[in-house]
Design a protein around this ligand. Structure first.
Ligand code: ADP
Ligand code: MG
Length: 337
């Protein structure tokens, strides 16, 4: 026994030393900035990387905004809408190509030609109004993503059609920033682009990021989802809306009716590897409603989601059963494959 004591003491000393060293390992430097872009507030928080990475990331956001904004008359999308045809930058062409593919995959629940309808309701301009049925029926003759042509980098639209990439632009921006950061040696970052959260890697201490899912009916949240290297993207009727005659009208449109999608859902949060995919789906699944959305999930299984219904009930897909922690006062169901 006696002979062993020094060994034990040595081991204990070593453990203490290791513990102390863990405490004094230099943490990667934190860089953070909040700014307005893409009609929302963004906060980028990076750990590590070279000086200048944060400002390069912000510049990239502003560049994408200037290409993709439907309301900026100098953007490529505005030029396409005005002239019916435009040569697109690689970013705009890539995003449009992927968006058109996702319009098809979601059976037109996502439709990037929805803009005439969105504008008639006053979203993006602020002149909110409930258009009459005849106006909507007329506008719907100009909503059909299958009519958009994209040949090489040139896009063209039929007469009267207008494009809006607002449902996917922030998702693309998140993917682009995540790639830029990784190229610059950033292994840990939290990108808050309005309701879109993109996580790069884990938190600097190696644990998962914890992303709160807002309660569509109040100021609190319905729960917290733990993720690493994922996009967590929410679309909700509470994000942008107006009220008339006691009815709430929001900015997510059902391309079949030309009116705000009223599917019984109050918000959809998608957890996916790709921001473009997550952003497209958060909008499209909101339009589909819970049953249609779960059918889509069962057929594809390449994302997970949290659905909050207008009655406050919460449904999560099976892959989030352990990663999602519900806050007290909600009920939760788990959707199985
Ligand atoms: P947010 O931009 O608030 O994060 P979304 O990603 O759901 O929300 O995108 C909503 C925006 O997309 C609307 O403001 C409108 O410009 C456009 N939009 C609305 N409905 C659709 C739809 N069914 N398909 C494609 N785009 C849509
Ligand atoms: Mg979206």
């Amino acid at each position: 026994m006696r002979k062993r004591l020094p060994l034990r003491a040595l081991a204990a000393g070593l453990a203490l030393l290791l513990a102390l060293c863990a405490g004094c390992t230099p943490q990667p430097e934190k860089h953070t900035e909040t700014f307005a872009a893409m009609d929302t507030v963004m906060t980028l928080t990076l750990y590590g990387g070279e000086d200048g990475t944060l400002s390069a990331a912000k510049d990239r956001v502003l560049e994408l905004e200037s290409l993709l904004s439907v309301t900026d008359p100098d953007s490529e999308i505005a030029a396409l809408n005005r002239d019916g045809s435009a040569a697109l930058s690689p970013d705009a062409a890539e995003l449009l190509g992927r968006a058109l593919e996702l319009c098809g995959r979601t059976g037109g629940a996502l439709d990037v030609t929805i803009y005439p309808v969105v504008r008639a309701w006053g979203f993006t301009t602020g002149n909110y109004a409930v258009p009459d049925g005849g106006v909507i029926a007329d506008l719907l003759t100009r909503v059909d993503y299958t009519q958009v042509r994209l040949d090489g980098g040139t896009a063209s639209l039929p007469e009267g059609f207008e494009l809006d990439l607002g449902a996917v632009a922030k998702g693309y921006t998140g993917d682009t920033l995540a790639a830029l950061l990784k190229e610059n040696g950033v292994t840990s970052a939290l990108l808050e682009l309005g309701g879109n959260i993109h996580t790069v890697g884990t938190k600097p201490d190696g644990s998962d990021w914890r992303v709160a899912v807002r309660d569509p009916a109040g100021d609190g949240y319905v729960g917290v989802v733990s993720v690493a290297s994922k996009a967590v993207i929410t679309s909700g009727g509470y994000e942008r809306y107006f009220e008339e005659g006691g009815v709430r009208y929001w900015h997510i449109m059902d391309p079949k009716t030309g009116a705000p999608a009223r599917s019984g859902l109050a918000s959809v949060t998608v957890v996916a590897d790709s921001g473009v995919y997550g952003d497209a789906l958060s909008t499209a699944l909101f339009v589909m409603g819970l049953d249609g959305a779960l059918d889509y999930w069962r057929a594809n299984r390449d994302f997970e989601a949290i659905f909050v219904a207008e009655d406050g009930s919460v449904t999560v897909t099976a892959g989030l059963e352990d990663a999602f922690a519900l806050s007290g006062r909600h009920n939760m169901a788990v959707a199985r494959p």
